[in-house]
Design a protein around this ligand. Structure first.
Ligand SMILES: [Zn+2]
Length: 103
């Protein structure tokens, strides 16, 4: 799964939530996610989407950075429920490297 904008990432996450398709979400992530965390993160994302929207919580910028090779959506805060989407640049587009929670 390759993304052109940060918003694309969140649209993809939303599709996975709507279809309750945990495997599809983590199938797009390069680094494996522990089974326990898979469910826990998916449920937290579902709750975020139910009360706010993914974009309100995670979207900071319209575009990925031009020169950096790594980028993060979310991070350490109560609002994001400590969820980090680590992304990595592959040529001019981006892939999900890891989804994790810092608690
Ligand atoms: Zn945290």
């Amino acid at each position: 799964m390759i993304f052109n904008t940060p918003r694309d990432v969140l649209s993809f996450v939303r599709e996975c939530l709507e279809d309750a398709d945990v495997d599809r979400l983590y199938g797009a992530v390069m680094e494996p996610t522990d089974e326990l965390w898979r469910e826990r993160i998916f449920e937290a994302l579902r709750q975020i989407e139910a009360s706010d929207t993914l974009e309100e919580v995670f979207l900071a910028e319209k575009c990925f950075p031009k020169t950096e090779t790594e980028y993060k959506l979310g991070g350490h805060s109560q609002r994001t429920r400590h969820i980090h989407f680590d992304l990595i640049r592959v040529r001019r587009r981006w892939r999900l490297k890891k989804i994790w929670m810092c608690r």
